[in-house]
Design a protein around this ligand. Sequence first.
Ligand SMILES: Cc1cc2nc3c(=O)[nH]c(=O)nc-3n(C[C@H](O)[C@H](O)[C@H](O)COP(=O)(O)OP(=O)(O)OC[C@H]3O[C@@H](n4cnc5c(N)ncnc54)[C@H](O)[C@@H]3O)c2cc1C
Length: 380
Amino acid sequence: MISFSLTDEQKELQKLARDFAQNEIAPVAPQLDRTGEYTYAILKKAHQLGLLNLTIGDAYGGGGLGWLESCLVGEEFAAACAGVTTAANANELALTPIELAASEEQKKKFIPPIARDGGLAAFCVTEPGAGSDVASMRTRAVKRGDEYILNGAKHFITNGDVAQLLTVFASTDPEKKHRGISLFVVPADTPGITRHHMGEKMGHRASDTAEIVFEDAHVPAANLLGKEGDGFKAAMETFDRTRVGIGAAGVGVARAALEAAIKFVKERQQFAQTIANFQGVQFMLADMAMKIETARLAVWYAAWLTDEKLPYSYASAIAKAYGSDVAMQVTTDAVQLLGGYGYMADYKVEKYMRDAKLLQIYEGTNQIQRVVIAKAILRD
Ligand SMILES: Cc1cc2nc3c(=O)[nH]c(=O)nc-3n(C[C@H](O)[C@H](O)[C@H](O)COP(=O)(O)OP(=O)(O)OC[C@H]3O[C@@H](n4cnc5c(N)ncnc54)[C@H](O)[C@@H]3O)c2cc1C
């Protein structure tokens, strides 16, 4: 049986997220975008309301919910501000590999200070020389006694400068390439770690993006998750789960842009009538609506597969790529429909367009998603 209706609990969660996003995030989003200030206060309130860390196990202080619930909340947050959404989602991105690879003892030690107590974590894979090609990372972890010594640099790390806990991927055996990548939980105040804010961004300016440098950072061997060499698999499985959230953010951003465009075209008068009367405008709106509706279906389907523990990698790549491509197309059309006003910051749609771009780039660019999708269809 197929059902597209949400349960009462899911509807309540969606309403809680929508009210919070519209009342607490949307009013400050333009200011956060202008100043680039971090969103501590919003994240704190979201945590108190149970709107963060939704997919993390309740035994460790997380929401104990599924990816569908996470996507419902993510769409609402992103409709208010994609930058806040990126900051909020970074915890799930950082904690998911711990859930996947850690022992029970490690989970109980590392996850609750973040998920239960409202801390922040960051997921550290990308390096200056290793983006899409994760396996080429050069950060090294060398075992000495009951410690690993970490050296290297990560960059573009969301929450990197504000997080207290880092999930760090480093090579313990470069000759083994991806099979030599290991995963560590690293307290951010470990001596030998320096962190730098990476400067101005096009969009998502309410989120922090940092470079993290490791210079002889000593990490207890007890902070290795799983065995040496388990890191690459944990990173890929994490992306398979979390990237559906990028698709959901795309739906949220696109929805906000369509709503702004609808309001505008109903008010704007040209040629002695509202521009909503013109079929050329109506067809653009209809195309935007079709894309948003189908992107949401792709997102919900991938999230449902993940929650049902059915194969989801292919569907989540489609949800991520399609949801973010739709966000880019719909926000661009929204700017077009507002004409010159669309180009001005006061009308918000130019922010949506800037925010949409990042969704096509991070957690695996949309070309990489197409590589995943093409591999699956050629294999099958
Ligand atoms: C604001 C922001 C936040 C981020 N947050 C995090 C984070 O929290 N943690 C983290 O680890 N990383 C994070 N990233 C990094 C992000 O995931 C990478 O930027 C992304 O994976 C692309 O890597 P790259 O920038 O090195 O680009 P590259 O890999 O150098 O790619 C450059 C171009 O080449 C294309 N390309 C590369 N390989 C192929 C291929 N095989 N086929 C076709 N095209 C290809 C890419 O699609 C892209 O268009 C963040 C990035 C940004 C900008």
